[in-house]
Design a protein around this ligand. Sequence first.
Ligand code: ATP
Length: 319
Amino acid sequence: MFIEVDGVEKVFEVRRRTGFLKRERRQVRAVDSISFTVARGEMVGYIGPNGAGKSTTIKMLTGILTPSGGRLRVAGIDPSRERRRLAHRIGVVFGQRTTLWWDLPLIDSYRLMHRMYRIPDGRYRENLDRCVELLELGGLLDVPVRQLSLGQRMRGDIAAALLHDPEVLYLDEPTIGLDVISKAKVREFLRELNHDRGTTVLLTTHDLQDIEQLCSRVMVIDHGRMVYDGPLAGLHEAGGSERILVVDLERELPPIEVGGAARVVRTEGPRQWLAFPAGEPAAGLVSQIAADYPLVDLSVREPDIEAVIARMYADKASA
Ligand SMILES: Nc1ncnc2c1ncn2[C@@H]1O[C@H](COP(=O)(O)OP(=O)(O)OP(=O)(O)O)[C@@H](O)[C@H]1O
């Protein structure tokens, strides 16, 4: 297996002031004995509520943090012991932070990385050309990073993470704050990267659409523990979660009746909200409504991750 995580833990010691001169030591178990493996070429989503332990896991996988217990290997390498050797084989993108030099034109950051990673000239050229083309960076190479829009900067960061041909790419919220078109571009690029180059991808996100469009498998972490590992549809089923189809009709009408599990949960003038099982595709429902009602517009709202996980627990508790 390409990534092997076996009973890995991370405990942080936190000191808290409890009074004048008095301090209390407390342990935070950020990651609590998690185990999983990822095969070469897999694209796996890694999700969970805020503070669940996702970033801590990624930091251990890159060698930035040393586990408090358990065993961890990436491409046969122990990340915290051989961080530098591993750095040549992995790429990391943190959506909320850039690895690019803020005041320099984009191309200068790439040149610096070329030297830092000692990337052979031919390979650097080839990878750069490919990223510039697919991520549409052509007109941006001479622009200082601070002048780029968030979506442009993100594409610039993804290219930077790929110049040295990493076998695995860790992405932490790569679509956060992006508009619909930028999100689509980033997703399309990642899909191609995984398909064409067989790059293994571990994707952390709060956007379930990222997972739906990219990952056949999703792992859910909560309070440092792995609570689900399987297909996204299975997660929806386990939580009985629903998506919402928002339908705009030509005029105000009585609640839409479509049979099956879909039902109207709210109406407001010509707009109606229909809940349907999140594990099912929306296509059948959409075509049925389009055939029977004067449809003007529609959109689908995904359940948020917190809600899906909360339902999972509710189901377990009542089972
Ligand atoms: N350096 C640290 N020192 C002490 N506690 C920490 C440290 N880093 C993380 N934690 C704690 O560990 C827990 C897990 O944090 P982590 O950042 O891994 O969560 P996350 O799932 O990435 O959350 P988010 O989605 O908000 O980024 C949290 O309770 C956090 O406060």
